[in-house]
Design a protein around this ligand. Structure first.
Ligand SMILES: [Zn+2]
Length: 74
């Protein structure tokens, strides 16, 4: 876990921390090259959120700083 993930999951009850992790793993960020990574695996947390924001992220596959679309995989 990244520092921010450790801090956030330690601030809430264990059940919430588990929910936070599971939900963050369902939120995916997709690069224009097709590479996808979950918000959690990218070191972030996305919990109790909605919408499909676009973020500039350094893609781990193509190595480019590209707009990644965030969407929830259910
Ligand atoms: Zn890419």
């Amino acid at each position: 876990m990244t520092l921010i993930q450790k801090i956030l999951t330690s601030l809430v009850p264990a059940a919430w921390a588990r929910d936070m992790r599971e939900e963050s793993q369902r939120w995916m960020m997709r690069c224009a090259c097709g590479h996808e990574i979950s918000v959690w695996d990218a070191g972030g947390v996305r919990w109790k959120a909605s919408g499909n924001p676009v973020r500039l992220v350094l893609c781990q596959k193509c190595g480019s700083l590209t707009p990644h679309t965030t969407y929830r995989k259910d």
